[in-house]
Design a protein. Structure first.
Length: 270
Protein backbone atom coordinates (compact mmCIF):
# COMPACT_ATOMS: atom_id res chain seq x y z
CA UNK A 1 0.00 0.00 0.00
CA UNK A 2 1.25 3.48 -0.87
CA UNK A 3 0.11 6.67 0.90
CA UNK A 4 0.76 10.12 -0.52
CA UNK A 5 0.74 13.06 1.91
CA UNK A 6 1.78 16.64 1.38
CA UNK A 7 5.52 16.74 0.82
CA UNK A 8 6.06 13.12 1.81
CA UNK A 9 5.52 9.63 0.49
CA UNK A 10 4.73 6.54 2.58
CA UNK A 11 5.02 2.91 1.56
CA UNK A 12 4.78 -0.40 3.33
CA UNK A 13 8.31 -1.61 3.90
CA UNK A 14 9.34 -4.53 1.73
CA UNK A 15 10.64 -7.69 3.34
CA UNK A 16 14.32 -7.64 4.36
CA UNK A 17 14.69 -3.87 4.56
CA UNK A 18 16.18 -1.99 7.49
CA UNK A 19 16.76 1.69 6.79
CA UNK A 20 19.38 2.31 9.47
CA UNK A 21 21.42 -0.78 8.65
CA UNK A 22 21.39 0.00 4.93
CA UNK A 23 22.45 3.63 5.36
CA UNK A 24 25.03 3.10 8.11
CA UNK A 25 26.86 -0.13 7.24
CA UNK A 26 29.80 1.49 5.46
CA UNK A 27 28.56 1.63 1.88
CA UNK A 28 27.42 5.29 1.73
CA UNK A 29 28.74 8.37 3.51
CA UNK A 30 26.21 11.20 3.10
CA UNK A 31 23.56 10.03 5.55
CA UNK A 32 23.18 11.17 9.16
CA UNK A 33 20.70 10.45 11.95
CA UNK A 34 19.11 13.17 14.08
CA UNK A 35 15.69 13.80 15.66
CA UNK A 36 14.54 10.24 14.91
CA UNK A 37 15.14 10.69 11.18
CA UNK A 38 17.79 9.85 8.65
CA UNK A 39 18.67 12.65 6.27
CA UNK A 40 20.97 13.02 3.32
CA UNK A 41 21.43 13.82 -0.34
CA UNK A 42 21.53 11.40 -3.27
CA UNK A 43 21.02 12.09 -6.97
CA UNK A 44 20.93 15.80 -6.08
CA UNK A 45 17.85 15.36 -3.86
CA UNK A 46 17.70 16.09 -0.12
CA UNK A 47 15.32 13.85 1.80
CA UNK A 48 14.51 12.81 5.35
CA UNK A 49 13.41 9.27 6.16
CA UNK A 50 11.74 7.39 9.00
CA UNK A 51 10.99 3.70 9.32
CA UNK A 52 8.25 2.40 11.58
CA UNK A 53 7.44 -1.27 12.10
CA UNK A 54 5.90 -1.57 8.66
CA UNK A 55 6.19 1.78 6.89
CA UNK A 56 8.88 3.86 5.24
CA UNK A 57 8.13 7.60 5.36
CA UNK A 58 10.10 9.71 2.88
CA UNK A 59 9.89 13.47 3.44
CA UNK A 60 10.41 15.89 0.54
CA UNK A 61 9.40 13.19 -1.91
CA UNK A 62 6.65 12.85 -4.51
CA UNK A 63 5.28 9.69 -6.07
CA UNK A 64 7.31 10.43 -9.20
CA UNK A 65 10.45 10.94 -7.10
CA UNK A 66 9.92 7.60 -5.41
CA UNK A 67 9.35 5.70 -8.64
CA UNK A 68 12.18 7.37 -10.55
CA UNK A 69 14.83 7.60 -7.80
CA UNK A 70 14.23 6.05 -4.40
CA UNK A 71 12.68 2.71 -5.33
CA UNK A 72 15.77 2.10 -7.41
CA UNK A 73 18.21 3.59 -4.87
CA UNK A 74 17.03 1.31 -2.07
CA UNK A 75 17.03 -1.72 -4.38
CA UNK A 76 13.35 -2.47 -3.81
CA UNK A 77 13.09 -4.29 -7.13
CA UNK A 78 15.54 -7.05 -6.22
CA UNK A 79 14.17 -10.21 -4.55
CA UNK A 80 16.20 -10.33 -1.33
CA UNK A 81 14.04 -13.11 0.06
CA UNK A 82 15.14 -15.38 -2.76
CA UNK A 83 18.80 -14.46 -2.30
CA UNK A 84 19.03 -14.53 1.49
CA UNK A 85 17.00 -17.73 1.87
CA UNK A 86 19.44 -19.45 -0.49
CA UNK A 87 22.35 -18.93 1.93
CA UNK A 88 22.78 -22.29 3.66
CA UNK A 89 26.09 -21.48 5.37
CA UNK A 90 26.06 -21.22 9.18
CA UNK A 91 27.97 -17.93 9.37
CA UNK A 92 25.82 -16.26 6.75
CA UNK A 93 22.63 -17.54 8.33
CA UNK A 94 23.73 -15.97 11.62
CA UNK A 95 24.80 -12.68 10.00
CA UNK A 96 21.51 -12.37 8.10
CA UNK A 97 19.49 -13.20 11.20
CA UNK A 98 21.29 -10.67 13.42
CA UNK A 99 21.42 -7.84 10.85
CA UNK A 100 18.52 -8.58 8.58
CA UNK A 101 17.53 -5.75 6.30
CA UNK A 102 20.82 -4.60 4.76
CA UNK A 103 20.36 -3.77 1.10
CA UNK A 104 22.95 -2.73 -1.45
CA UNK A 105 22.26 0.91 -2.26
CA UNK A 106 22.27 1.78 -5.97
CA UNK A 107 24.42 4.90 -5.79
CA UNK A 108 25.58 7.17 -8.59
CA UNK A 109 28.73 5.62 -10.07
CA UNK A 110 30.78 8.83 -9.90
CA UNK A 111 29.87 9.46 -6.26
CA UNK A 112 30.69 5.85 -5.36
CA UNK A 113 34.04 5.98 -7.17
CA UNK A 114 35.07 9.30 -5.63
CA UNK A 115 33.86 8.29 -2.15
CA UNK A 116 35.83 5.07 -2.10
CA UNK A 117 38.96 6.81 -3.38
CA UNK A 118 38.56 9.06 -0.33
CA UNK A 119 37.99 6.01 1.90
CA UNK A 120 41.50 4.63 1.36
CA UNK A 121 43.49 4.30 4.61
CA UNK A 122 40.78 6.31 6.32
CA UNK A 123 38.08 5.96 8.96
CA UNK A 124 34.38 6.64 8.52
CA UNK A 125 34.20 9.97 10.45
CA UNK A 126 37.10 11.37 8.37
CA UNK A 127 35.63 10.01 5.13
CA UNK A 128 32.32 11.70 5.91
CA UNK A 129 34.10 14.93 6.81
CA UNK A 130 36.07 15.09 3.54
CA UNK A 131 32.96 14.28 1.49
CA UNK A 132 30.92 16.88 3.37
CA UNK A 133 33.55 19.55 2.69
CA UNK A 134 33.74 18.46 -0.95
CA UNK A 135 29.99 18.87 -1.42
CA UNK A 136 29.66 22.07 0.60
CA UNK A 137 32.58 23.67 -1.27
CA UNK A 138 31.86 22.50 -4.81
CA UNK A 139 28.33 21.08 -4.94
CA UNK A 140 25.19 22.87 -6.09
CA UNK A 141 22.16 23.71 -3.95
CA UNK A 142 21.43 25.05 -0.48
CA UNK A 143 23.91 24.86 2.37
CA UNK A 144 23.65 21.45 4.02
CA UNK A 145 21.73 20.02 1.08
CA UNK A 146 24.25 20.32 -1.72
CA UNK A 147 24.67 17.81 -4.52
CA UNK A 148 27.79 15.74 -5.05
CA UNK A 149 30.00 17.73 -7.48
CA UNK A 150 30.29 16.23 -10.95
CA UNK A 151 33.41 14.74 -12.47
CA UNK A 152 33.25 17.46 -15.13
CA UNK A 153 33.41 20.19 -12.49
CA UNK A 154 36.24 18.57 -10.54
CA UNK A 155 38.24 17.84 -13.69
CA UNK A 156 38.97 21.56 -14.15
CA UNK A 157 40.54 21.97 -10.69
CA UNK A 158 44.02 21.58 -9.25
CA UNK A 159 45.36 19.90 -6.14
CA UNK A 160 45.63 23.36 -4.55
CA UNK A 161 41.94 23.93 -5.24
CA UNK A 162 41.16 20.81 -3.20
CA UNK A 163 43.37 21.80 -0.25
CA UNK A 164 40.37 22.96 1.87
CA UNK A 165 39.01 19.40 1.77
CA UNK A 166 42.03 18.14 3.75
CA UNK A 167 42.00 14.98 1.65
CA UNK A 168 45.79 14.60 1.69
CA UNK A 169 47.33 12.28 -0.90
CA UNK A 170 43.84 11.37 -2.13
CA UNK A 171 43.37 14.78 -3.80
CA UNK A 172 45.52 13.88 -6.79
CA UNK A 173 43.63 10.60 -7.19
CA UNK A 174 40.28 12.40 -7.11
CA UNK A 175 41.44 14.74 -9.87
CA UNK A 176 42.83 11.93 -12.02
CA UNK A 177 39.54 10.06 -11.68
CA UNK A 178 37.54 13.19 -12.53
CA UNK A 179 39.64 13.90 -15.61
CA UNK A 180 39.41 10.34 -16.92
CA UNK A 181 35.64 10.16 -16.34
CA UNK A 182 34.92 13.64 -17.73
CA UNK A 183 36.95 12.97 -20.88
CA UNK A 184 35.23 9.63 -21.49
CA UNK A 185 38.45 7.67 -21.11
CA UNK A 186 36.61 5.82 -18.33
CA UNK A 187 33.17 5.18 -19.83
CA UNK A 188 30.55 4.36 -17.22
CA UNK A 189 28.03 3.14 -19.78
CA UNK A 190 30.51 0.53 -21.01
CA UNK A 191 31.29 -0.57 -17.47
CA UNK A 192 27.59 -0.96 -16.79
CA UNK A 193 26.94 -2.95 -19.97
CA UNK A 194 29.98 -5.25 -19.90
CA UNK A 195 30.92 -8.17 -17.62
CA UNK A 196 32.50 -7.26 -14.31
CA UNK A 197 36.04 -8.09 -15.46
CA UNK A 198 35.89 -5.18 -17.92
CA UNK A 199 35.00 -2.74 -15.13
CA UNK A 200 37.77 -4.04 -12.91
CA UNK A 201 40.34 -3.36 -15.61
CA UNK A 202 38.93 0.03 -16.59
CA UNK A 203 38.64 1.46 -13.07
CA UNK A 204 42.17 0.42 -12.15
CA UNK A 205 43.47 2.66 -14.94
CA UNK A 206 42.80 5.53 -12.53
CA UNK A 207 45.72 6.53 -10.33
CA UNK A 208 45.28 5.27 -6.80
CA UNK A 209 42.44 2.88 -7.66
CA UNK A 210 43.35 -0.66 -6.74
CA UNK A 211 41.28 -3.81 -6.48
CA UNK A 212 39.35 -2.80 -3.36
CA UNK A 213 38.23 0.63 -4.61
CA UNK A 214 37.32 -0.88 -8.00
CA UNK A 215 35.22 -3.62 -6.34
CA UNK A 216 33.45 -1.11 -4.08
CA UNK A 217 32.64 1.09 -7.08
CA UNK A 218 31.32 -1.86 -9.05
CA UNK A 219 29.18 -3.08 -6.15
CA UNK A 220 27.78 0.20 -4.84
CA UNK A 221 27.91 2.34 -7.99
CA UNK A 222 27.08 -0.18 -10.71
CA UNK A 223 25.15 -2.75 -8.66
CA UNK A 224 27.37 -5.59 -9.83
CA UNK A 225 26.36 -7.75 -6.89
CA UNK A 226 28.96 -10.38 -7.72
CA UNK A 227 31.69 -7.84 -6.81
CA UNK A 228 33.56 -8.73 -3.62
CA UNK A 229 35.47 -5.88 -1.92
CA UNK A 230 38.19 -7.10 0.41
CA UNK A 231 39.39 -4.91 3.27
CA UNK A 232 40.95 -5.72 6.64
CA UNK A 233 37.68 -7.05 8.04
CA UNK A 234 36.94 -9.21 5.03
CA UNK A 235 40.49 -10.58 5.07
CA UNK A 236 39.89 -11.66 8.67
CA UNK A 237 36.56 -13.21 7.74
CA UNK A 238 38.11 -15.18 4.90
CA UNK A 239 41.03 -16.35 7.04
CA UNK A 240 38.89 -17.34 10.02
CA UNK A 241 35.77 -18.68 8.36
CA UNK A 242 36.38 -19.33 4.67
CA UNK A 243 40.01 -20.31 4.08
CA UNK A 244 38.90 -22.22 0.98
CA UNK A 245 36.73 -19.38 -0.36
CA UNK A 246 33.10 -18.37 -0.03
CA UNK A 247 30.51 -21.15 -0.10
CA UNK A 248 28.82 -22.06 -3.38
CA UNK A 249 25.50 -20.62 -2.17
CA UNK A 250 26.87 -17.07 -2.58
CA UNK A 251 27.81 -17.44 -6.25
CA UNK A 252 26.57 -14.44 -8.19
CA UNK A 253 25.66 -12.50 -5.03
CA UNK A 254 29.04 -12.34 -3.32
CA UNK A 255 28.66 -8.59 -2.74
CA UNK A 256 25.48 -9.03 -0.72
CA UNK A 257 27.04 -11.85 1.31
CA UNK A 258 30.11 -9.68 1.90
CA UNK A 259 28.03 -6.79 3.21
CA UNK A 260 26.30 -8.99 5.79
CA UNK A 261 29.51 -10.72 6.86
CA UNK A 262 31.42 -7.42 7.01
CA UNK A 263 28.84 -5.70 9.20
CA UNK A 264 28.37 -8.73 11.44
CA UNK A 265 32.10 -9.23 12.01
CA UNK A 266 32.72 -5.53 12.56
CA UNK A 267 29.91 -5.29 15.13
CA UNK A 268 31.17 -8.41 16.91
CA UNK A 269 34.47 -6.63 17.47
CA UNK A 270 32.71 -3.64 19.03
Amino acid sequence: MEIIMKNCYIIECPQHFNLGLSLDCGQAFRWSFADDMWQGVAFGRFIKLQQTDNQLIIHNCTEDDFNSIWKHYFDFELDYEKILSSYDDEYLITAVKEYNGIRILRQEPWEALCSFIISQNNNIPRIKGIIERLCETLGDGEQGKKSFPSAEKLSTLTVDDLAPLRAGFRAKYILDAAQKVASGEIDFSKIRENPIEFGREELQKIKGVGAKVAECTLLYGFHKIEAFPVDVWVKRIMAEMYPDGLPECTKGTEGIAQQYLFHWRRMQNR
